[in-house]
Design a protein around this ligand. Structure first.
Ligand SMILES: N[C@@H](CCC(=O)N[C@@H](CS)C(=O)NCC(=O)O)C(=O)O
Length: 266
């Protein structure tokens, strides 16, 4: 039996849900409420010592790290294969997952908190949120989140995060110049990791960065990946529309400022 500990809106959770959907695997949902701090519950930390989602439990085997979970799923449930067969294409696929893990994930997290979540946290109980931050195991992440909650898009972390995300969007557009998919001939684990980040950019009211005028191949790919049944199953089914609307309206408040940082203001 497959059990996924996940959060509805988290990009890393979407990444694994997309692969489960592409493989049409049955799984049991174990939701972890990140805003309520359930990732720090002692029972959960026994499964995931990093205090993060997702965690997959497959017949008692505990698996963490979304990229490694997706590779595990492709090894354990190979039909349909979601990694290209050719060695060079598989290398290209892993270059995407590595880029996402090492650079993009943090940048997307910074923008999500600064643009989409900060107003929610400030309207709730910021003191409680800051207290809970003390449980985040990595000091750099803890301090980054504090800076974002204090300063929002004025935090010194924002320009770098925006530049990193713009770099990703350019790279996707470029990669699709002579290919339909990011790595190989089919939807692959590269799509699984890039799509949740592009979707987040869109949800944060930065859809201008994805417009066909600016990045035509990215825009066409984004339409194509969202038309697949896996998107409905992994995203639409789980992500509450009212949260998407809330994040989007928070994004509207700072959109011009962020677009200017991205060098894309009109
Ligand atoms: N490298 C980890 C990162 C997981 C991660 O950062 N997950 C976020 C949601 S996308 C999380 O659980 N955050 C909880 C928190 O920051 O307190 C993976 O890919 O699984």
């Amino acid at each position: 039996m497959l059990e996924l500990y996940h959060a509805r809106v988290s990009t890393c959770s979407v990444k694994v849900r997309l692969v489960l959907a592409e493989k049409e695997l049955e799984w049991t949902s174990r939701e972890v409420d990140l805003l309520a701090g359930q990732q720090h519950d002692p029972d959960y930390v026994l499964l995931n010592p990093g205090h993060v989602v997702p965690t997959l439990v497959d017949d008692g085997k505990i698996l963490v790290e979304s990229t490694l979970i997706n590779e595990y799923l492709d090894d354990a449930y190979p039909d349909p294969p979601l990694r290209p067969a050719a060695a060079d294409q598989r290398h290209a696929m892993r270059a995407w997952t590595k880029l996402l893990d090492e650079k993009i994930h943090v940048a997307i997290g910074v923008l999500t908190y600064a643009i989409g979540m900060r107003p929610v946290i400030l309207a709730g109980n910021p003191g409680e949120f800051k207290k809970r931050l003390q449980q985040v195991p990595e000091p750099a992440k803890r301090e980054g989140l504090l800076s974002i909650i204090e300063h929002g898009v004025e935090s010194p972390l924002i320009p770098g995060a925006v530049a990193t995300v713009v770099g990703l969007l350019d790279r996707v557009d470029e990669a699709l110049e002579h290919a339909d998919w990011l790595a190989g001939e089919h939807w692959s684990l590269a799509e699984a990791c890039v799509l949740p980040c592009v979707l987040r950019v869109d949800n944060l009211a930065l859809g201008s960065l994805l417009s066909p005028d600016r990045r035509p191949r990215l825009a066409e790919w984004y339409d194509r990946v969202r038309a697949r049944p896996s998107f409905a199953e992994a995203v639409t089914t789980w992500v509450p529309p009212e949260i998407v609307e809330l994040i989007h309206s928070n994004g509207e408040l700072v959109r011009e400022q962020v677009e200017a940082m991205a060098g894309e203001s009109n």
